[in-house]
Write a protein that binds this ligand. Structure first.
Ligand code: ADP
Length: 798
């Protein structure tokens, strides 16, 4: 230091000015420092994170052991200053409220836990970034903070420390959830991997243990796996075949570097193209040892993660033995059917003798009552046996594939009317109501096999009557045009009989199947429905049944028929004009109930004109007494709006004993469905629409009474009876015109029971008169010898 008293004034002046300069410099530095400090504090206040300065006295020597330093920090270091954001972080309003609080005052945990955390800070050299601490605010809420703390060290002492703090609770929670879901995903993945492994093991075990051959191929048809089943069938091991094209390995007859193929192409390719398993095919590959094996094979596609085919899995089975068995069964069956079909003639000849002659014997007046009874039994048993034999032969012919459709044009409605008349006799005999419901759209002339159709209907109607003791049998027919020139014929046969148990419904169309009730009722071999089903199939149709035991059954048939040409049709044309009743028949009495209107008023003269006997009674008149006393054969009742009590009349007539056996036809408004339904509900057997149509009226009477008409012939040159209904009477007329040598010959052959000669002569007669030929053939086939003889003109008459 210089002694100022010994200095010269100049020297003093110099020193002073240097001091002034130093002071000015210091002031400047201080100003700068203050400016810096105030801008720092401004920065501190503005920050959204907490900014804090920790300080404590005395200053902490950093050479102390870490734990001691940590304890010092805990006990002596406090918040010296901070911003509002720091105070708010811990739930206080203002920064000043935090000042003086312990540095670790907000930290959660025990003293030891806090010391451990502070030791980390000490060991990091008082410099930590993003140091995560679990804190508790003044309201007791736990929160995670991220801390960046930098200590200021001078002369190996901690002077103070700056800290930056941020609440990271939300981020931490998000992270935690993320970690949790990550671990959940991990757990699920592990579980799935376990399941996949299990399934793989399962699949491997299945593949190892099944007898079927299973192999996989890649997109280039190279074998990638080959199970023991495949080894056993082909005799080739996995190591022989893996990596080779399957076509080469399996040596299929059709394979050309492809897998087992059929004429339609490779099944694996097909499966890949359609993304679906290919249908089973049979192939016959041969092996190097020359063995040929029939294999049933199918393939399914293997798809990659994009759903694209990456290969296929093929399953095959050796079916050589099954094929052999099936072929031999088929051959045996065909031989049996062929034998039975050929036996037809052999069986029918002795039947001819039994039935034909017993019928002739019945005519013998010399027979006593007991003998007559015995003969009757022989005829009935013979007829039953014949029916069963015929069914068996028909079935055999079907099985041998020897049944073909014989298609021709015919009058469908005539066929129905013919059959209705026959079956009505049977329903009448059993006291059943029989109703034929013919829809207006039923075609008149169609092309199809009329005889087979007749056989189907006969079986269904016969069964309905056989299995019904009371109630009704309804035969419903309607047509549906399917295209130009084609019809679908829809037929129901409904009865109120025994019904069929649900368990039997699935087998009812099987050959020889009969329900328990069917067996009890007897009179059949369980073949009728099987034959019907085959015939319906032959016609491209379907047959089904609905039934409830105790309530009844309804059989449904649908077959396809073609539009027919009326000019070529057989059977009578119902639309032809009726001009009279053929002589030689008993009188037909028709009772008409109702007075006014174009129904009853027109009906009576229409019927009178052709020769029916008629009586007309008002609906409120004495209907029943007249009906009973006069013994009417048929009753027409007006039930249209003009005759409000018509329905009640129908009910009364049908309730009487005689009424049950007598056809009652209701006159209803044409196309009036409600009236039609009311009439049917009241018990009417049939309905006819008003305004009346002549052909329809005569057709109904023909169907229910079997009356034979005389027609106004349009073809005057035609032979007698050619267009009329084919009945015994008309047949007799036709045959009267046939050459006597044929009819006499037929008479002789019939009385001699010479079946072959009968058929020969009938064939000859057919050349002259086809319709008579068909009828005679039917009589001969049914062994109706007496009827056949009755139709022949007396010897030498022609
Ligand atoms: P079956 O000659 O015995 O009548 P089907 O093949 O015609 O032979 O009929 C087979 C069996 O189906 C009959 O025995 C009978 O049990 C049952 N069945 C057929 N139709 C009917 C029906 N309408 N009602 C009740 N059962 C029927």
């Amino acid at each position: 230091m210089t002694d100022s008293s010994q200095q010269t004034p100049a020297e003093d002046e110099t020193e002073l000015s240097s001091l002034r300069k130093r002071v000015a410099e210091l002031e400047l530095a201080l100003g700068e420092h203050q400016a810096l400090e105030s801008s720092f504090r401004g920065f501190m206040l503005l920050r959204s994170e907490g900014v804090v300065r920790y300080d404590g006295e005395p200053k902490l020597p950093i050479d102390w052991p870490a734990r001691r330093q940590a304890e010092f920090l805990l006990d002596h270091v406090v918040v010296a200053e901070c911003n509002h954001a720091y105070a708010r972080l811990y739930g206080l309003e203002r920064a000043e409220q935090m000042v003086g609080a312990s540095m670790c005052g907000n930290m959660a945990g025990t003293r030891e836990e806090k010391i451990a955390r502070l030791c980390d800070f000490v060991r990091a050299g008082y410099r930590v970034a993003d140091f995560e601490i679990l804190d508790v605010d003044r309201r007791g809420r736990k929160m995670w903070t991220s801390n960046t703390i930098i200590g200021v060290i001078e002369k190996r002492h901690l002077i103070y420390a700056w800290g930056l703090q941020r609440d990271i609770t939300a981020e931490k929670e998000k992270l935690l959830t993320l970690q949790q879901s990550e671990s959940e995903v991990q757990r699920r993945a592990e579980q799935l991997a376990g399941e996949v492994a299990l399934q793989k093991q399962f699949a491997e075990n299945v593949l190892r243990s099944i007898a079927d051959g299973v192999f996989t191929i890649d997109a280039r048809h190279r074998i990638t796996s080959w199970n023991p089943g495949a080894e056993a069938i082909t005799g080739l091991s996995g190591s022989d075949v893996i990596g080779r094209p399957c076509g080469e390995v399996l040596h299929s007859d059709w394979c050309d570097d492809r897998p087992l193929c059929d004429s339609l192409g490779c099944p694996a390719d097909r499966a890949c193209a359609t993304r679906r398993p290919s249908p089973r095919i049979e192939v016959t590959p041969s092996y190097r040892d020359g063995r040929k094996v029939v294999m049933s094979l199918s393939a399914a596609p293997l798809l990659d993660e994009r759903g694209e085919p990456a290969g296929a899995v093929c399953v095959f089975r050796d079916v050589s033995r099954e094929r052999e068995l099936l072929t031999s069964i088929q051959r045996a069956n065909e031989a049996k059917s062929l034998f039975l079909a050929n036996m037809s003639h052999e069986i029918r000849t002795p039947m001819n003798a039994i039935l034909g002659f017993s019928q002739l014997l019945l005519k013998d007046r010399a027979l006593g009552p007991t003998q007559r009874q015995h003969m009757d039994t022989i005829v009935r048993s013979g007829q039953h046996l014949l029916a069963v034999i015929n069914d068996i032969l028909d079935m055999s012919k079907i099985e041998a594939g020897r049944v073909e459709l014989s298609v021709a044009a015919f009058h469908l409605r005539s066929l129905v009317s013919d059959m209705a008349a026959i079956f009505r006799l049977r329903t009448n005999a059993k006291g059943l109501l029989f109703r034929v419901e013919i829809a207006e759209n039923l075609p008149f002339v169609v092309r199809g096999d009329g005889d087979k159709l007749r056989q189907i209907f006969s079986n269904l109607l016969g069964n309905a009557i056989k299995f019904t003791e009371r109630g009704h049998v309804i035969w419903r027919l309607r047509g549906e045009r399917v295209s130009d020139g084609a019809w679908r014929l829809l037929v129901d046969v409904e009865d109120t009989g025994l019904g069929i148990p649900a368990a039997d419904l699935g087998r009812i169309f099987d050959a020889f199947f009969q329900t328990a009730a069917g067996v009890r009722t007897g009179g059949g071999a369980g073949l009728g429905l099987a034959i019907s089903r085959e015939l319906v199939r032959l016609m491209g149709g379907t047959i089904s049944v609905d039934s409830e035991p105790g309530k009844g059954s309804c059989f449904h048939v649908a077959v396809r028929l073609e539009e027919g040409d009326a000019a070529l049709a057989t059977g009578i044309d119902p639309a032809r004009r009726v001009v009279g009743i053929r002589p030689g028949q008993a009188a037909f009495r028709v009772l008409v109930v109702g007075e006014a209107g174009d129904g009853p008023e027109l009906l009576v003269p229409m019927l009178d004109a052709v020769g029916f006997e008629t009586r007309q009674v008002a609906e409120q008149g004495e209907v029943l007494p007249v009906f009973e006393e006069w013994a009417a054969h048929a009753v027409f009742v007006d039930v249209t709006a003009r005759a409000p009590r018509g329905g009640a009349v129908v009910e009364r007539v049908k309730a009487s004993t005689r009424g049950k056996r007598t056809p009652v036809v209701a006159l209803v408004g044409r196309d009036n469905q409600a009236e039609r339904q009311r009439a049917v509900a009241a018990g009417a057997d049939d309905v006819v629409g008003v305004p009346l149509r002549r052909p329809e009226v005569f057709e109904k009477l023909w169907a229910c009474l079997g009356v034979e008409y005389v027609y106004l012939r349009s073809d005057a040159t035609g032979r007698s009876g050619a267009g009329g209904p084919l009945t015994l009477l008309s047949l007799r007329d036709i045959l009267a015109a046939a050459p006597a040598v044929l009819t006499d010959g037929l008479r002789d052959a019939t009385t001699a029971g010479d079946f072959d000669r009968m058929l020969l002569l009938i064939d000859r007669i057919t050349v002259y008169e086809p319709r008579a030929g068909v009828a005679l053939r039917a009589l001969a086939d049914g062994f109706e010898y007496q009827q056949l003889l009755d139709t022949l003109p007396p010897r030498g008459e022609t």
